[in-house]
Ligand binder design. Structure first.
Ligand code: AMP
Length: 214
């Protein structure tokens, strides 16, 4: 099963993708996470991507495409995958379709997780991440067991540079301008399902699960 998750930053794509990945045993591929790992490790890709990410801008399409296509060559993608944060522009969507077509493959379903802007700003200002293992938390809705410390690896949690309020607003406007047009693009192909993301994450997951089981 090949799944694409759409939705503004802070809609809960990462949380849902992780749960879908566990339930359906397909890898969760987050382009944001791959970029952050590269930034953390100081690779050439990370160095190039960092300034875009820190400003809340999108990394150029060619860099992103190469990175994704490279990842999709890994053997764990054989039975499908869940893409979180990709595609994010019309150029990426079209190039991705072409790449899939060459392999005689196609996207099975696109889930569009919808959340209002005010809810997003509230959610993202409380978000904390572990700089070492990437686990995410929320100071109110999903706090770690020990304040400020990652449950999984014990590292000190941080605010992602691009979760600062002014950058969040920038990311939202970039989403509305560059990524939202993909909703119509996939709806036109009858593979889009809208999900109300302004609910408890488990409730959202239950709905997604029943859609994917069907
Ligand atoms: P995310 O964790 O998905 O919110 O991504 C964090 C940042 O990584 C974004 O704000 C972009 O700067 C960059 N990024 C992630 N995915 C993409 C993509 N598909 N195209 C371009 N930039 C991306």
């Amino acid at each position: 099963m090949k799944i694409v998750l759409l939705g503004p930053p802070g809609a809960g794509k990462g949380t849902q993708a992780a749960m879908i990945s566990g339930r359906f045993e397909i890898p969760h591929i987050s382009t944001g996470e791959i970029f952050r790992t590269n930034v953390h490790e100081g690779t050439p890709l990370g160095k190039e991507a960092k300034s875009y990410i820190d400003q809340g801008l999108l990394v150029p399409d060619d860099l992103t495409m190469n990175m994704v296509l490279d990842r999709l060559n890994d053997p764990d993608t054989e039975n499908g995958y869940i893409l979180d944060g990709f595609p994010r522009t019309m150029v990426q969507a079209i190039m991705f379709d072409e790449a899939l077509e060459q392999r005689n493959e196609s996207i099975d379903i696109v889930l569009d997780i919808d959340v209002e802007d005010e809810v997003i700003v509230e959610r993202m200002s409380g978000r904390r991440i572990c700089p070492d293992c990437g686990e995410t938390y929320h100071i109110e809705h999903l706090p770690p067991k020990i304040h400020g410390i990652c449950n999984l690896c014990g590292s000190e949690l941080i605010v992602r540079e691009d979760d600062r309020p002014e950058t969040v607003l920038k990311r939202l406007s970039v989403y509305r301008e560059k990524t939202e047009p993909l909703v119509d693009y996939y709806a036109g192909r009858n593979i889009l399902t809208k999900i109300d993301g302004d609910r408890d994450s488990l409730e959202v997951f239950r709905e997604i699960e029943s859609i994917l089981e069907a």
